[in-house]
Ligand binder design. Structure first.
Ligand SMILES: Cc1cc2nc3c(=O)[nH]c(=O)nc-3n(C[C@H](O)[C@H](O)[C@H](O)COP(=O)(O)OP(=O)(O)OC[C@H]3O[C@@H](n4cnc5c(N)ncnc54)[C@H](O)[C@@H]3O)c2cc1C
Length: 424
């Protein structure tokens, strides 16, 4: 087997290119956004469209965080089923969030079309695959919850799911026709390009190193410039660097890794995910698989490729490939990378009010393409109109959860042990 490079496939194949200078001057705008992922870029687009002047600061390059590392499943709703969202938030607030996020994929695909973002978008549904008979029972429950909301979902038998995936050991699947896939880094870069074309001042390699709020004005300092603004959005999520004043929040960092093969030959592509659905499964230690536009098979699961479990995860992914797709025996992996997810204790995102005119958004719990796009857009509308009812969730003044390091260790150790003992 060829040496597996520590390379992110999305960086190697993004058709959208985006470069911006770093900030070297003092600026005054209506809205300053810190963080260039889906949340920050979609907020920038909406605020600029609605007449605000906007500056977006990214500490590295656009898509450096979760937005440039994820699986690319553009799913509707959160990972938490809609009835559970209502139990946690209450019926009214829960249904509001459910409804907004149910329309999330169409928001994403609309932006892709509007700005002609070249991000390998497919929108013919995703498959949530049952990894066991118990997993199928979970899917039946999820199906019932979606069906009563008239969502366009179908519960597929093991036979139907096997035909659509080409995988062995799939006990059924939930097909959600609202959903699809993207090349996530290209989507993030395309959003940034669109924002810039609309007039947003985007700066890369410009970490915000200090923020302050005085007399109704935010001041955000970078190494070589300052941005003053009436409104501030902290969209740094799981990748926040440095300290952002007035901002207090916490989450459990959970890692997710992916491996990608070389492009498959046509004989395999005819039977492996023939309709190019993006898939993930019902396993407690979840795993995912999908194809990219060139026909590479991309598989992933929970775990870090930098911590003690690296060898275990690397060995497991090879077993998993051969178990799921015996027809691909001998196919090599050419790319591997991982990313950090911000998990909250109840698996719901948090919108945090900072001062009178600042918002911080975090904690999509591994479901941030549609939610990040919807939340960024909604936050921009909130800043423009000052009406909190446009927000899909109500802001809190802070969010703190305890024992995050212990919980991180729990997730990583759990994933490593599962990958060690499971035959795939
Ligand atoms: C491996 C993985 C797989 C995933 N798979 C999926 C999936 O299939 N579907 C899905 O919907 N979601 C998925 N997610 C979740 C999704 O990727 C995230 O929720 C989403 O990208 C979050 O977007 P964001 O804009 O809020 O944050 P990010 O994309 O993390 O952006 C934050 C940005 O802030 C920048 N930043 C940090 N500090 C500063 C500072 N001081 N100054 C300036 N900039 C700063 C960072 O460099 C970063 O670019 C996955 C996540 C991971 C990690």
């Amino acid at each position: 087997m060829a040496r597996i490079s520590e390379n992110n496939l999305w960086q190697a194949t993004a058709a959208e290119t985006f470069y911006a200078d770093s900030l070297t001057e003092d600026l005054k705008v209506d809205l300053v956004i810190i963080g260039g992922g889906f949340t920050g870029c979609s907020a920038a687009i909406e605020a600029q469209k609605q007449g605000m002047s906007v500056c977006l600061l990214e500490s590295n390059n656009i898509g450096h965080g979760g937005s440039g590392r994820n699986v690319g499943l553009v799913n509707a709703g959160l990972w938490t089923p809609p009835d559970d969202v209502m139990s946690i938030l209450g019926p009214e607030a829960g249904e509001k969030l459910n409804k907004t996020l149910a329309a999330g994929p169409s928001e994403v695909f609309k932006l892709i079309e509007e700005f002609d973002i070249k991000c390998e978008a497919t929108c013919n549904g995703t498959l949530h695959c049952a990894h066991s008979p118990k997993g199928f029972t979970d899917l039946q429950n999820r199906f019932a919850q979606q069906e009563k909301r008239q969502a366009p979902v179908e519960l597929l038998s093991a036979k139907e799911a096997t035909i659509l995936t080409g995988a062995s050991g799939v006990f059924g699947a939930l097909l959600d026709r609202r959903a699809g896939t993207v090349q996530p880094l290209a989507y993030a870069k395309g959003l940034a390009r669109a924002a810039q074309q609309l007039g947003v001042k985007v700066y890369e390699n410009s970490p915000a190193i200090h923020t302050s709020f005085k007399d109704g004005v935010w001041s955000v300092k970078t190494a070589r410039g300052t941005v003053k603004a009436s409104y501030l959005l902290n969209a740094t999520n799981a990748y926040m660097q440095g300290n952002i004043e007035h901002y207090s929040s916490s989450f459990t960092p959970v890692y997710y890794f992916q491996f990608a093969t070389k492009p498959l030959d046509d004989e395999f592509l005819n039977i492996t995910l023939p309709e190019k659905h993006g898939c993930w499964d019902t396993g407690t230690v979840m795993s995912s698989f999908r194809l990219d536009a060139a026909g590479r098979l991309i598989m992933g699961s929970i775990g870090s490729l930098e911590k003690m479990g690296k060898g275990v995860h690397t060995s497991w992914i090879k077993r998993k490939l051969h178990k799921l797709f015996p027809q691909l025996k001998g196919i090599e992996f050419e790319y591997s990378w991982h990313g950090r997810i911000a998990m909250t204790d109840d698996h719901l995102p948090r919108l945090i009010q900072i001062g009178d005119s600042g918002i911080s958004m975090m904690g999509y719990n591994g479901r941030g393409i549609s939610p990040g796009t919807c939340m960024g857009t909604a936050i921009a509308k909130y800043f423009v109109h000052g009406d909190p009812s446009v927000l899909p969730i109500q802001p809190t003044t802070s969010y703190q959860q305890g024992f995050n390091s212990m919980k991180e260790l729990y997730y990583e150790t759990g994933a490593s042990l599962t990958h060690m003992v499971k035959d795939y």
